[in-house]
Design a protein around this ligand. Structure first.
Ligand code: E4P
Length: 215
C-alpha cells in the first residue's frame, strides 16, 4: 500500500516529501479553505514538490461545469488528478476525462456499488471514506474489503484510496484489506512513525554508549 498525504498545507507536504515515502497528495475544498490560501497558488506549489498524483477537486454540481473546471486544472500538469464527487453528473464527467486521458479520483464513496460504478465509468482512483462511515456506526474497513474483493474478482484496474482516515489502526486495517493507497492527515503519518519502545531503545543505546566511553 502506498501513502498519499491528505492536506492543502504546503509545509506539511514539503516535510513528508523529505521522508521519502510520499507517493501523492489529495486535497478537498475544506482542506483548501483551512489553508486560507488561493487554490491555484497552493496547487502550483504542491506540483512543484510532488511528482505523483495530486488530487484537485471540482466544485460544480453538473458535468459540464466539472469538465470545464477539471480541464483547466489538468492543464497545469500531467500529474493533476481531477477529484469528482460520486453523482450521476460526476460519472459523466469521469467518463469524459477518461476518454481524454485525464486521471480522476471519485470521492465521497460510501458503498461498494458506488465504487464499482465509478470504476466502470473510467475512474483512475476511488476514495471510500472510512472515518465518516465509522462516525455513523458503519464499518469503514468492511467497505474497503468489499471494494478490493470486487475489483479483484472482476479484474478492475482502478486503485482504491482509503480516505477519511482518523488513526494508525485504520491504516494497518486498510493495508490488510486491500487498499492500494491510504491518504493520511499529517498527524496520522507522524503518529505512525512513533513507538515508545523505539524512543526508549534510542535513549538506552545512547546511555550505554556514553557509559562505555567513560569506563
Ligand atoms: C479524501 O480524499 C478526503 O480529502 C479526506 O480523506 C476526507 O477526510 P475527512 O472525513 O477527515 O474530512
Amino acid at each position: 500500500m502506498k501513502f498519499f498525504i491528505d492536506t492543502a498545507n504546503v509545509e506539511e507536504i514539503r516535510q513528508v516529501h523529505e521522508w521519502g515515502l510520499l507517493s501523492g497528495v489529495t486535497t478537498n475544498p475544506s482542506l483548501v479553505a483551512k489553508s486560507g490560501r488561493v487554490f491555484e497558488e497552493v496547487l502550483q506549489e504542491i506540483l512543484s514538490i510532488v511528482d505523483g498524483p495530486v488530487s484537485a477537486e471540482v466544485l460544480s454540481r453538473e458535468s459540464h461545469g466539472m469538465i470545464e473546471e477539471g480541464e483547466k486544472l489538468a492543464s497545469l500538469s500531467d500529474n493533476v488528478t481531477i477529484k469528482v464527487p460520486m453523482t450521476i453528473e460526476g460519472l459523466k464527467a469521469v467518463h469524459h476525462f477518461a476518454k481524454n486521458g485525464i486521471q480522476t479520483n471519485v470521492t465521497l464513496i460510501f458503498s461498494a456499488n458506488q465504487a464499482l460504478m465509478a470504476a466502470r465509468a473510467g475512474a483512475t482512483f476511488v476514495s471510500p471514506f472510512i472515518g465518516r462511515l465509522d462516525d455513523i456506526s458503519q464499518n469503514g474497513i468492511e467497505l474497503i474489503q468489499e471494494v478490493a474483493e470486487i475489483f479483484h474478482v472482476h479484474d478492475i484496474a482502478t486503485e482504491i484510496i482509503a480516505a477519511s482516515i482518523r488513526h494508525p489502526v485504520h491504516v494497518t486495517q486498510a493495508a490488510l484489506h486491500g487498499a492500494h493507497i491510504a491518504t493520511l492527515p499529517y498527524k496520522v503519518l507522524e503518529q505512525m512513525v512513533r513507538h515508545p519502545l523505539t524512543d526508549q531503545g534510542i535513549e538506552k543505546f545512547e546511555a550505554d554508549w556514553q557509559r562505555a566511553k567513560q569506563s
